[in-house]
Design a binder for this molecule. Structure first.
Ligand code: SMG
Ligand code: MG
Length: 377
């Protein structure tokens, strides 16, 4: 893997944080709850060389992971922003080391790092894809489908996404809402590329149910067990024909290496927020590629900011499976960017403009902002 050339240093003068409330086009139900409004934090880095945008992908409640919006807001304002603003000049590659003394809070760190990456690359007129090591101009687009009222409703919803052109379907499952749902999709749509995501809803005691899914030839089963259950995942992986793919459990490149060595994961879902930033996400990709483990790009219902960045990340060579980088309108009627991600023949274009290659729509941004804070040097 050729190491990307370092980005320019920028003089950080301020950080603006906003909490946004973005209504979803339809409620999104997972094994841990249902969201109708996406609460998310966007970051604007103010530098002497220009501004940059990032996104902190926490949700209102700590249900997917221990991070949540108000916690991220607090840790950024109290600890992370002051540590960054204390530096005279900063390259994006320095951000993780400056923030390393503060444990955890990976999503918060990732959002800050992304804003610095965007500012630095824009100042150089350089695109994020080129910086991260992208090798594709477009990426195949999958869609993540929430738990529906019943299998018939699921067939209906999935049919709509297939008609739109999505090339891979992922459905959310939980105990009691798994085998019948998967069977209904196979009956209705035959051998479409299909996978399931449990968001930690099962234990090893459910192995018999999970083994029933083997007959559906799924691409993978994502995060069946708890975040900390690496040994249990390894044991489950030996009991299933369906490849186990970890999401919540992989928090770093080192964590990915360990999980692979243990046999706990045969495929990895890469999410920049979960691992502390896009640069660590590239390192996760590199580790997996070195071990011949395919990766794909996960999603956290990103706005146009994170969605553009995910498209660039998913264009790296080890991303050999379609990810959850769907069109913006899969979640939002109106995005906060002027150039939202769209689906073209089942694919999404990797942005080529400077930085993230996006332009914020200030009117929409103001309309969905519910809190705002600016910290200056
Ligand atoms: O951004 O398309 C998206 C959502 C993809 O299912 C998705 N994300 O566990 O992979 C996952 C979930 C995490 C967010 S659920 C609120
Ligand atoms: Mg997942």
């Amino acid at each position: 893997m050729p190491t990307a050339q370092a980005a320019a240093r920028v003089d950080l003068e301020g950080l603006e944080l906003r909490v946004l409330h973005l209504p979803l086009v339809a409620p999104f139900a997972t094994s841990f709850g249902t969201e109708s409004v996406r609460e998310v934090v966007v970051v604007r880095a103010l530098t002497a060389q220009g501004e940059g945008w990032g996104e902190i992908v926490t949700a209102e409640a700590p249900l997917y992971s221990s991070e949540y919006t108000r916690g991220a807001w607090d840790v950024v304002l109290r600890w992370l922003a002051p540590a960054l603003l204390d530096r005279a000049a900063l390259a994006p590659e320095d951000v993780s080391a400056v923030l390393a003394p503060f444990k955890g809070h990976r999503m918060a760190k990732a959002g800050l790092e992304l804003a610095l990456i965007d500012a630095a690359l824009r100042s150089e007129g350089r695109a994020l894809g080129e910086y991260l090591g992208a090798v594709r101009e477009t990426i195949p687009s999958g869609v993540s489908v929430g738990i529906q009222a019943d299998p018939a409703a699921l067939v209906d919803t999935v049919g709509g996404y297939l008609d739109e052109g999505y090339v891979r379907i992922k459905i959310k499952i939980k105990p009691g809402r798994d085998v019948a749902e998967t069977a209904a999709l196979r009956d209705a749509f035959g051998a479409i590329p299909l996978q399931v995501d449990a968001n930690s809803a099962y234990t090893l005691d459910d192995a018999d149910t999970l083994r029933e899914l083997d007959r559906f030839d799924l691409l993978l089963i994502e995060q069946p067990l708890g975040e900390d259950d690496l040994v249990d995942h390894a044991q489950l992986a030996r009991m299933l024909r369906t490849p186990v793919c970890l999401d919540e459990s992989i928090l770093s490149a080192k964590g990915a290496e360990d999980a692979i060595a243990l046999g706990a994961t045969r495929v990895v879902n890469v999410k920049a927020g979960r691992v502390g930033g896009y640069l660590e996400a590239v390192r996760v990709h590199d580790v997996c590629r070195g071990a011949d483990v395919p990766v794909w790009c996960g999603g956290m219902l990103e706005t146009g900011i994170g969605r553009a960045a995910n498209a660039a990340l998913a264009a790296l060579p080890g991303f050999t499976l379609p990810g959850d980088v769907s069109a913006s309108d899969r979640f939002y009627a109106r995005d906060i960017v002027r150039d939202p991600i769209v689906l073209e023949d089942g694919h999404v274009r990797v942005p080529t403009g400077p930085g993230l290659g996006i332009e914020i729509d200030p009117v929409v941004l103001d309309e969905v902002t519910v809190a705002r804070e600016l910290v200056r040097r």
